[in-house]
Design a protein around this ligand. Structure first.
Ligand code: NAP
Length: 309
């Protein structure tokens, strides 16, 4: 297949490119050809800007993962704008290119995140049928991650009718050398890891290998379309996550991080850590996808087993 990938140089994208290269012809949208060559080699076509394309006639599939990191900087108005624009503009441009195509790519796989569901306790089983209009019904405030993802999804879903659209609501991706785990590791390795806030907030994680397998599954299974939760089938609480990570690293987890301190340090962005949700991949399971890492301890043992001593 000839596949256009946005965000191919990122934490998820790099692993995806490795899984696809060899068998498929890849074109990567990137703002930095130098970074792409350094991380992914010279064998892929690179595209600096989508405006270089008149349509998508030359592609069989599009995978859309580009976006300004959401947890790197405090959410100033400027940072929020970048987080939104980088996702919305890329997706809107892709939608226009789908429209302009005589023979559009057969599938459009686009990213989203479980932050779209908002903050819920364990009693709420969040599968893809969950009604997102609940914000209006309950008077709950629409939070920033929800707003970013709602429009991101809407823009991708506009292409339904032109192509098969699969939107992945991605959970906390666990892999080495990047993503959320990289940020968590230092305090844990220093023995300063601990429960965040109440510790009851849900953490719906997924091993990066399983996420890549999901993307390949959606790419190849023509009956798949619509929204898919890309999370492992057994989400855990922050307290359980903390204990499992401490065990995997053989480090203590005695230092809790109280909510007010985190709010003071991170501002509005602290909701990424203090709030959570228990998300279930019901549609993927029903479609016949089988997870390799269903339990957190197995995923962490796979990642840190060798460095446990
Ligand atoms: N990692 C997770 O746990 C997780 C969870 C839920 C959802 N997601 C979503 O999945 C997607 C991929 O995640 P990731 O962890 O691989 O992200 P990442 O490592 O931050 O990579 C994202 C890619 O997007 C491009 N990008 C960054 N800022 C951009 C900007 N301002 N304008 C245009 N492109 C920009 C970059 O490509 P170039 O520098 O080459 O242009 C980068 O390689 C993201 O959209 C993220 O929101 C990730």
């Amino acid at each position: 297949m000839r596949i256009l990938i946005t965000g191919g140089t990122g934490f998820i994208g790099k692993a995806l490119v490795k899984a696809l290269e060899g068998e498929h012809q890849l074109t990567l949208l990137t703002r930095s050809a130098g970074k792409a060559h350094l991380t992914l080699g010279n064998q892929h076509k690179l595209l600096g800007n989508l405006s270089a394309l008149a349509n998508l006639d030359g592609f069989d599939a599009v995978i859309n993962l580009a976006g300004e990191p959401i947890a790197d900087k405090r959410w100033s108005l400027e940072v929020k704008q970048k987080i939104c624009d980088s996702r919305w503009d890329t997706t809107a441009r892709l939608a226009k290119l789908f429209e302009a195509s005589k023979t559009p790519p057969k599938v459009f796989i686009s990213g989203s995140a479980i932050g779209i569901y908002g903050d819920h306790d364990k009693q709420v089983h969040l599968d893809e049928s969950f009604d997102l209009a609940h914000f209006k019904d309950t008077g709950k405030e629409e939070k920033f991650p929800h707003s970013v993802c709602a429009k991101w999804e809407e823009l991708a879903l506009q292409c339904q009718g032109l192509t098969r659209v699969c939107v992945m609501r991605i959970g906390l991706v666990l892999g080495l050398n990047g993503g959320a785990l990289k940020k968590m590791l230092l305090p844990f390795k220093l023995g300063a890891g601990g429960v965040v806030g109440s510790g009851k907030q849900g953490m719906s994680w997924i091993h990066r290998e399983d996420l890549i397998a999901i993307i390949l599954f959606l790419l190849n299974n023509e009956q798949c379309q619509g929204i898919y939760n890309a999370t492992a089938p057994n989400p855990v609480s922050n307290r359980e996550f903390t204990n499992s990570l401490g065990t995997a690293l053989s480090r203590p987890t005695l230092l809790p991080m109280p909510a007010p301190i985190l709010s003071l340090a991170l501002g509005e962005m602290s909701q990424l850590l203090l709030e959570g949700q228990y998300v279930y991949p019901d549609r993927l399971t029903q479609a016949g996808f089988s997870f390799h890492y269903t339990h957190l301890d197995d995923a962490l043992t796979n990642l840190f087993g060798a460095s446990k001593s």
